[in-house]
Design a protein around this ligand. Structure first.
Ligand SMILES: [Mg+2]
Length: 118
């Protein structure tokens, strides 16, 4: 079963994505920021990581930056309300596979996740 980690400080968004992907048969964990995400990663590895950008403690860019020091494999999808060109280029440079702007298309996210976990 594919394991997915959602890093998102907005509870409603996190739980929304979690229940949708859960219904698709994915096992989903939520972390409220990048720091908590690394705690989760100590105990478990994930097939896909979906991250917000703007979060307290450790934001999405800091998270991807640190992740890529040790892990070049795990696909990272960025979901953000701040999809400006700078953020997008920086995220792609760090190896994000896709950047989705909020409010994003649920069907598109499901499709992408299914493709990546095939
Ligand atoms: Mg946020």
């Amino acid at each position: 079963m594919p394991y997915i980690l959602i890093i998102e400080d907005d509870k409603i968004t996190a739980e929304g994505i979690s229940s949708i992907l859960g219904n698709e048969g994915h096992e989903v964990d939520i972390a409220q920021n990048g720091k908590i995400a690394f705690d989760r990663l100590k105990n478990k590895s994930y097939n896909i990581i979906i991250t917000d950008l703007m979060m307290p403690e450790m934001d999405g860019m800091q998270f991807i930056n640190r992740l890529r020091m040790t892990d070049n494999e795990t696909p990272v999808i960025v979901v953000t309300a701040y999809g400006n060109i700078e953020n997008m280029l920086a995220a792609f440079e760090l190896g994000a596979v896709e950047i989705m702007e909020k409010p994003f298309d649920i069907e598109e996210l499901i499709h992408l996740v299914n493709e990546l976990t095939k």
